[in-house]
Design a protein around this ligand. Sequence first.
Ligand code: HEM
Length: 348
Amino acid sequence: MLNRRFLLWLFLMSLFPSYVLGNQEISKDESKSIQDIVQIVERSIRAEAEKGFARRGAHAKAHGCVKAQFRVLPLPNELSLGMFSEVREYPAWIRFSNGADKVQDDSAGDGRGMAIKLMHVDRSPSGTQDFVMLNHPTFFVKNAADYVEFQKAIATDSPIKFFFPDPNPLHFRLHELGIVMAIRSKKVNNPLDIQYWSTTPYRFGVTAMKFSTRPCNRPTPALATDTSSANYLRQNMQEHLDRDDACFDFMIQLRKRATEMPVEDPTIEWSEKDSPFITVAKITIPAQRFDTPEQQKFCEDLAFSPWHAIPEHEPLGGINRVRKAVYEASSRIRQDLNRAFERESAGF
Ligand code: HEM
């Protein structure tokens, strides 16, 4: 049954390549921009690693990695595809994080990440299906070339230049600035209590999808009040999971319109009026103690990527194409450096 669906999908791909590719448009300078970004991320990881430990080039601070179950629900035919074609349960790891490339207090305005890794996924080259999300429906950069501009502005210690590159108002990036301000001003007490979005699109058979997780209707037993501590998000997550399970609905949103639901620009939100999110799986995070030194080390070693995916859910669009090379380089470099540090310290 599964193979028949997969063959049908391949057949349709060959018939309608441009639609199947979700109208991807690859500019001729993109691969150069991607190389530049990989170098920038590598330099930043190496510079931070001089403090004795190599962290991720983004989302450096983890609140914790927790064990979870991802249960695919019975679905109508049109949704029963790829990872959602079979009613079954996957064991999963979920890493919750802050967005910055440095470890900072949780009180600093920042995006929050939720990265899910489904295990034992035979048809994915990595053996896992990863769903990587942020706590906002849109990303603040349109494409690879803009991301290079953003990094150049940061390198001169003046990120604001990305939004106001010169005095010409036509070049201002006000839409992007609005997204950054919305992300940075969100008040989060507990990473288990908020909604997350993929922001970028992925294949869903012959069309495309975005995905999102929303907490199920259960109040958090431990209400975070002490936001003065540097790691209050971790503490509140642990307090919650000391007492109770947590749960999320995993939802997908299908691409129903070509122009209004672009594939190449994740700064544009796909309207939920045109295509609502539909729950396709339930995530349960059982009560557990995750805040231990061993689990933290394990969490640092994990590598998530949107490209750890089965072919039916291949990442789409320029920002995802950037992420292919960047996440691979970031995880390889930090894991190599940390192994080297371990070997060095073992000598004493
Ligand atoms: C050009 C765009 C982007 C660049 C250069 C970038 C870069 C990175 C890097 C270097 C890492 C660390 C990878 C590792 O060492 O394992 C990372 C992790 C992450 N990124 Fe991105 N990213 C981009 C876009 C996005 C977007 C659009 C999202 C929205 C969902 C996102 C969400 C995350 C999350 C949640 C993590 C943490 C994954 C984990 O827990 O390990 N990123 N990113």
